[in-house]
Ligand binder design. Structure first.
Ligand code: ADP
Ligand code: MG
Length: 323
């Protein structure tokens, strides 16, 4: 059973950034408004994710790390309309199987918190502990018990770059939540939560990028698209940088990425690429997030139609800008 858990864990947890993503997802699902991430050595030595969300009672915390423990999907039909980031109940079990983990958690209404120490899937200690309301998950020595996997990790710098990307995506997807990322105790990213996506773009992608972007808002009966796209004259030379969110979930979609580029067609020369931060809002029943365990690539039931709308929305903004 241990082996099966370790293998399964590999599918969800590929590298430190995967841990960071799963823990932030949990914090978002817990209703956190402030999420702090601290990493050492690109997350290989340690990762801490602390939130001010709903916390867990001791009883809940003691089952949360078990495989398929989830408080989020109660009926199988919910799979069609899942609105939480997590729903498989796999992240905590995967993470605790391949690292040395300390979970410290406290629901607002309780006086003391709970601390649980789990190494390689085994609970070593459970105790009362003083804690602020919310949850912090601290892990050390990722993949310590699967040396083959640890060997595949890249340099600290590369792993930190993946973590920074992950946090940037999630912070852009949730501009109302405060995010802080520290590496070796030094700030890497910081975005105080606000209702203003533009402020988040300034904080997370930099003022120069922010200044070079145009707001986009487009609505049809079934779809809503909102965000910012780069002006054609300020595109990048290396590759495009697309941040795509579907109902606030960061996703990848080859189809939609292509539609974004098509919106720029004839507007930018070959070899220039746009930056776009776009949020699609649509009926969750039209989205299949369940394609992949890492939940990255999505499918849409009306992908062609949606793609055409994205292209038109971009064409419209760009032609108004050209006037
Ligand atoms: P899932 O997110 O798919 O439900 P996880 O393994 O990620 O599965 O988490 C298991 C359960 O642990 C969650 O359903 C939730 O009840 C609880 N949990 C995990 N992280 C947190 C957190 N940061 N705050 C509150 N509850 C949490
Ligand atoms: Mg989860």
């Amino acid at each position: 059973k241990d082996t099966i858990n370790k293998i399964a864990a590999g599918e969800v947890i590929e590298r430190p950034a995967s841990v960071v993503k799963e823990l932030i997802d949990n914090s978002i699902d817990a209703g956190a408004t402030d999420i702090r991430i601290e990493v050492e050595k690109g997350g290989k030595n340690s990762i801490l994710v602390r939130d001010n969300g709903c916390g867990m009672s001791r009883g809940d915390a003691l089952v949360a790390y078990k495989k398929h423990a989830t408080s989020k999907l109660t009926r199988i039909e919910d799979l069609d309309t899942v609105s939480t980031m997590g729903f498989r109940g796999e992240a905590l079990s995967s993470i605790t199987a391949i690292a040395k983990v300390e979970i410290l958690t406290r629901p607002l209404e309780e006086i003391t918190g709970t601390k649980i120490v789990i190494h390689g899937g085994k609970v070593l200690d459970t105790s009362d502990a003083g804690a602020a309301p919310g949850t912090s998950v601290y892990l050390k020595d990722l993949f310590y018990n699967t040396p083959a996997r640890r060997k595949y990790l890249k340099s600290d710098r590369t792993e930190l770059a993946h973590i920074t990307d992950t946090v940037t995506q999630l912070a852009l997807a949730n501009p109302d939540i405060s995010f802080t990322l520290l590496s070796e105790g030094k700030p890497v990213l910081r975005n105080a939560g606000s209702s203003d996506l533009f402020k988040s773009i300034v904080n997370l992608l930099g003022p120069d990028t922010a200044r070079s972007m145009l707001p986009l808002e487009y609505r049809t009966e079934d779809f809503e698209i909102r965000g910012y796209i780069s002006k054609p004259e300020t595109t990048r030379g290396d590759s495009d940088q697309l941040f795509l969110f579907v109902n606030t979930r960061p996703v990848a979609s080859r189809g939609i990425s292509k539609s974004i580029r098509e919106g720029y067609y004839t507007k930018i020369p070959k070899g220039r690429y746009p930056v776009a931060v776009l949020s699609l809002i649509l009926d969750p029943a039209e989205v299949d997030v369940n394609v992949h365990p890492r939940k990255a690539e999505v499918r849409f039931s009306r992908e062609k139609e949606l793609g055409n709308i994205v292209t038109s929305a971009i064409e419209k903004v760009l032609s108004e800008h050209a006037l």
